[in-house]
Design a protein. Sequence first.
Length: 160
Amino acid sequence: MTSLARLNAENSPLVDIQALTDITTLTSVYLAACDLHNLQPFAASVGMGTLSVTSCSLQDVSVLSVLHEITVLTLSHNQIRDISVLENHLQASQIRLDDNQIEDILPLTALTYANGGRLSCLWLNDNPLDSTALDTHIPQLCDEAVAVFWGSGQSCGDCL
């Protein structure tokens, strides 16, 4: 199984993804309601364009440091705190980070059009965002034409 392009294991009891370590052809991954703490086995899939991992107890997203081609990233309903690895994901146009443990969103400000990025939609609902995120970074993202959704129904802009 070395030529798998798309993996959809939503709502499955998938726990061990080690068998996927050598697959370099994955372009889309959809995982939901699983028990994973990191995504390291996907490190070889450097051409991946879509990664969706929701409700999987995910904490460590350091593997994203090598997955720069991702355009749509969904990591909602996990336990992620540190998103510093996202600051170089200039290809990402949509990022969903709802319901995590994220306080600092400074790395996301590097993904705007003004900085050479493509970020147009960002979901941050249900995160314990710090005051700098709320008072400085979200307004900055909104000013740079990024549609941001945060808090309890607060938003700026629209996503198509």
